[in-house]
Design a protein. Structure first.
Length: 730
């Protein structure tokens, strides 16, 4: 697309400066827009031109009015249109303004040819000179556009005066051309002076900022160094004490291999932390810039801690903002390191209670923003220390925490620890990231489950509020209750009111007798037995639910913790898919009537990257009933050529072979970046031994990870989910 302004210097590429420049141009243009139309009417009002050329006057007036309205649309909606696409707004407004200049030239030429230089014609020429002189200052920063604007507005009128055949008209024409040349030269000087002044101010501001940052970095490095040395001394003291104890046990004939292994792991951790800290302090830690799925990585990291934390009486749940984009650009592995450190530190320094993992994303620009992460702990033991002396003491930072704080600073962010009075501690982290998708695609379908009613039950009100927001984002009509007996009465009442709540979501925690009784009561109730129960539980808890007395049937479905938008949508899609299958079976519809409906489903283009015949066979069998066109690639070298030939909706990568899938992900994303793709293709990792690669797959850019041996992971429905994302807007 033709551009009237191509930024070349740092100042012209600075979003803030360009916004101020465009806002200034829009401000002065708004002032003169209406006045210009009124001045045109005043110049011609009651004159000879209107009396002798009524039809032409109406045409010229309507044309000027339409162009004025078009320009007004861009000017008066500046605050709404500009942030979406600054360059697009600028080009569109320039085109509309050039149309206005051309139409003004048509008006001036028409008046000149009809009236020569008599009656109202000189008045209109005088106003034109004044008008273009004033607008020159508003448009001066954009010299290329301004030259076109002045040429279209002034030169045609000047040449038209030569055809009148009078000496006075020729004099007017010469003066107009001289005015155009002088004005062009003056505007070029104004433009150069404007950008030079901004360049000088920009350079001075950057120099001042660099000096301040250097001072701040020096103070922060000194503080971080002191904190790190203190933590290092404490950790080494602990390791030495553990090692001495293990050596004493061995001297006394007590073989304690686990203690020695723990000492070895602790020493390796300290060594890695010292290495990372040295790189952080010397600014030598290089951060990668990879595309990764922020939502699924956060959910996966939290899932790693849920089982062990639940065993100690600590329940963790996430609350990811619906405005959090699906994919970001940055160093996912370092972000994971920081989050794991904060979670470990939070769990280690609290008693029984709950941890709420909240994430927000604030967009600062069109393709960038700041990630805010809060890990809040709410402990019952903290309330008991209300009158104690140490009620306001914060947890002692360790070595890993000092390293995490340094990494956060490299990400242009920070980490803070604050106390929630009489409740717990909050860990706050912020870091800057770029948005990968140009559209900033979100990881859920808005109003997917509209008109469906659901009851949400949880005894902790904070988690209840967080999950209610996520269910509302999916379109549900949500009813909430914190007491299981009241929840059962609410379900019964909904049936009596002929507005049944067909699904209920509740959480099965360690030793929760009320949840078990609620599950049993619904199954044994004559009406509520058909209510779909979605029980959120950790994987460890799911294995022992039957032993605790929970009853399972076709209307009970388990959902993995932490329960996020993706987990909720997947679970409910399974519920409603099974319901549709039941309805089709009961309807006993002729098979010939069903086949045409299936034929209408567009096949999903799928690309499978695997060298193993077993993986290709397993995937083919799992997708047998799904309309698709699957192509298999066994060599990485053919990947780029295949992506150029076809546009797959989903890409499957076999992660069991070797770590080459890292290069495969990078190749795919680089190909999409070169094609300026607005939305990235979902990349799904498949494996038959998930523990070997799942821990790092999300950090390497995989959108989802599917363990083919897990019966709860339905490959067909997961592929349908990811393929459907490209068909929905944000």
């Amino acid at each position: 697309m033709f551009s009237f302004f191509i930024p070349t210097s740092k100042v012209q590429k600075d979003r803030r400066i360009m916004h101020e420049t465009d806002a200034r141009m829009a401000k002065y243009s708004r002032r003169g827009l209406v006045f210009n139309f009124l001045a045109y009417l005043i110049c011609l009002m009651g004159g000879r031109f209107i009396d002798e050329n009524r039809d032409l006057t109406v045409t010229l007036t309507i044309g000027l009015l339409l162009i004025t309205l078009l320009r007004g649309f861009f000017l008066f909606r500046f605050d709404q249109l500009y942030p979406r696409a600054p360059q697009r707004w600028r080009n569109s407004y320039f085109v509309a303004t050039l149309l206005g200049a051309f139409w003004w030239a048509v008006i001036l030429v028409s008046v000149t040819l009809k009236l020569s230089m008599t009656n109202e014609a000189p008045l209109l020429w005088l106003y034109t000179v004044v008008f273009f002189s004033t607008t020159a200052h508003a448009f001066a920063p954009y010299q290329k556009f301004l030259s076109y604007y002045q040429f279209f507005g002034l030169v045609p009128a000047a040449f038209s005066a030569f055809f009148v055949g009078e000496v006075t008209s020729h004099l007017y024409a010469v003066l107009m051309l001289v005015f155009y040349l002088i004005l062009t030269h003056q505007c070029r000087l104004i433009s150069e002076n404007y950008w030079e002044r901004l360049e000088a101010a920009y350079a001075l501001a950057r120099k001042t900022q660099s000096i301040e940052e250097e001072k701040r970095d020096t103070r922060a490095s000194a503080q971080l160094n002191r904190e790190f040395l203190g933590c290092l001394r404490a950790d080494l003291h602990t390791i030495v004490a553990q090692t001495r104890q293990a050596m004493r046990d061995m001297e006394n004939g007590i073989a304690n291999q686990s203690a020695l292994k723990r000492c070895e792991r602790d020493f390796e951790r300290v060594f890695e932390d010292v290495s990372d800290f040295n790189n952080v302090l010397n600014k030598e830690l290089a951060l990668k810039n990879k595309v990764f799925n922020i939502r699924h990585e956060l959910q996966h990291i939290v899932a790693e801690y849920i089982d062990d934390a639940e065993f100690d009486g600590i329940y963790i749940e996430t609350s990811l903002s619906p405005t959090l984009p699906m994919r970001l650009k940055g160093d996912a592995s370092r972000l994971s390191q920081v989050i794991r450190t904060l979670l470990s530190h939070c769990i280690k320094n609290m008693d029984k209670g709950i941890i709420l993992f909240e994430v927000e994303f604030l967009r600062e620009y069109e393709t960038a923003g700041e990630l805010y992460l809060n890990i809040s702990s709410y402990s019952a033991q903290q309330r008991k220390r209300f009158f104690s002396d140490d009620s306001d003491r914060l947890p002692q930072a360790n070595l890993s925490f000092a390293v995490a704080r340094g990494i956060a600073e490299l990400m242009n962010g920070s980490i803070e620890i604050n106390e929630i009075p009489n409740e717990g501690v909050t860990y706050r982290m912020d870091a800057k990231f770029d948005i990968a998708d140009q559209t900033g695609q979100l990881d859920f379908h808005k109003n997917t489950f509209q008109n469906n009613r659901i009851l949400l039950v949880h005894k902790y009100l904070r988690i209840l509020d967080a999950k209610r927001r996520e269910l509302n984002a999916l379109g549900f009509t949500v009813f909430t209750e914190s007491n299981y007996k009241k929840a059962q009465l609410l379900l019964v009442q909904s049936y009596k009111d002929s507005k049944p709540i067909d699904s209920v979501l509740f959480f099965a925690d360690e030793g929760d007798v009320d949840a078990k009784e609620f599950n049993n009561a619904l199954i044994e109730h004559p009406e509520l037995r058909y209510t779909h129960q979605l029980i959120a539980a950790s994987k460890r808890q799911q294995r022992i639910l039957a032993n605790q007395g929970f009853i399972e049937n076709d209307y009970v479905q388990l959902v993995d913790k932490p329960v996020g938008l993706f987990e909720l949508e997947t679970a409910f899609k399974n519920v409603y898919a099974s319901r549709e299958e039941e309805d089709e079976a009961l309807a006993s519809v002729d098979v010939q009537e069903i086949e045409p409906a299936k034929a209408k489903q567009a096949p999903i283009p799928i690309l499978l990257i695997s060298r193993r015949e077993q993986a290709r066979t397993v995937v083919g069998e799992a997708l047998a009933n799904l309309p698709n066109t699957m192509e298999c690639i066994t060599e990485d070298s053919k990947l780029a050529a295949t992506l150029n030939k076809q546009e797959p909706q989903v890409i499957l990568i076999d992660c069991d072979e070797d770590p080459t899938f890292i290069r495969v992900v990078d190749t795919i994303r680089e190909a999409e970046l070169s094609q300026n793709a607005e939305v990235y293709v979902p990349i799904l990792g498949i494996s038959s031994s998930s523990r070997a690669t799942e821990g790092t797959a999300f950090e390497l850019g995989v959108d989802d990870f599917i363990d083919l041996t897990n019966p709860n992971k339905n490959l067909k429905r997961i592929i349908q989910y990811w393929a459907s994302l490209n068909n929905f807007g944000d």
